[in-house]
Design a protein around this ligand. Structure first.
Ligand SMILES: Cc1cc2nc3c(=O)[nH]c(=O)nc-3n(C[C@H](O)[C@H](O)[C@H](O)COP(=O)(O)OP(=O)(O)OC[C@H]3O[C@@H](n4cnc5c(N)ncnc54)[C@H](O)[C@@H]3O)c2cc1C
Length: 217
């Protein structure tokens, strides 16, 4: 499906499902690529999936997609039923609702054994509003946007970002187990914590601080 739809970008509601439970949910762009799924919505829910697969060694991770988030299930079912009753070809059923390339994919979801148009419409609507794709992996370390881990922030003094255990040792940025959502929060954290830790280091270790008069040295 991803390979066939590669290059297609749609608006979606995406959720990360780990062991049958929703772990994160968002709305945004979904991009189909040759290797799988991308786009802002997928990036936003990928943290939980990556941690579940790589660190917690869970094996059941899914992305749940609502491919038509602007339509309620009832409105979508009614529209599909109307199209089926009017004799539309199965390949045209989502015409105008999703990009053209989805036509053949969605046609393949029409249950062959069911002939009743209302039942077909309900089944298709359910598939479009709740499409589950098993996640087999992520793009890995080299393409990850942030580490999502590091030194436990509870072991750091928040005022100066100095280690509670080793005086004179300061931390900033991703080396700490601090992460923000997409949208510049991680860079902001890196810069802000860098200034704080730099000021702390310039002032000297805990208990022997000198006042910094002219900013960072
Ligand atoms: C592709 C991508 C896109 C991103 N997009 C965004 C975004 O849009 N918004 C956002 O907020 N964040 C984004 N991030 C995350 C953000 O860039 C990082 O959170 C931030 O740069 C972390 O800053 P840092 O100083 O802690 O670490 P880094 O920027 O990783 O700096 C660490 C530095 O230490 C150096 N280093 C490593 N080991 C050693 C060593 N042994 N000796 C000396 N030097 C060493 C490295 O070369 C590097 O220069 C993105 C990250 C990536 C990878």
């Amino acid at each position: 499906m991803c390979h066939f739809l590669q290059g297609q970008r749609i608006r979606t509601r995406a959720a990360a499902w780990i062991d049958g439970r929703s772990a994160a949910e968002t709305e945004g762009d979904l991009l189909f690529t040759a290797y799988g799924l991308s786009g802002t919505a997928v990036l936003d829910v990928s943290t939980e999936i990556s941690i579940a697969l790589h660190r917690e060694k869970k094996t059941r991770a899914e992305i749940k997609l609502d491919l038509l988030p602007e339509m309620s299930p009832e409105a979508l079912t009614a529209e599909l039923a109307r199209r089926l009753a009017a004799g539309w070809e199965t390949g045209d059923l989502v015409s105008g609702l999703l990009p053209e390339k989805f036509g053949n994919i969605v046609a393949g979801w029409v249950p062959a054994e069911i002939k009743n148009p209302d039942t077909i419409a309900a089944a298709l609507s359910a598939a479009l509003k709740d499409k589950r794709l098993a996640v087999h992996g992520t793009r890995g370390w080299n393409e990850a946007e942030f580490t999502s881990g590091g030194v436990d922030a509870s072991e750091i003094e928040p005022e100066r970002l100095e280690s509670k255990w080793t005086s004179g040792l300061f931390f900033a940025g991703e080396i700490l187990d601090v992460q923000g959502p997409r949208g510049g929060y991680n860079l902001s954290w890196a810069w802000a914590s860098g200034v704080l830790a730099g000021r702390g280091a310039a002032a000297g270790p805990r208990g022997k601080e000198t006042e910094i008069r002219s900013g960072l040295s």
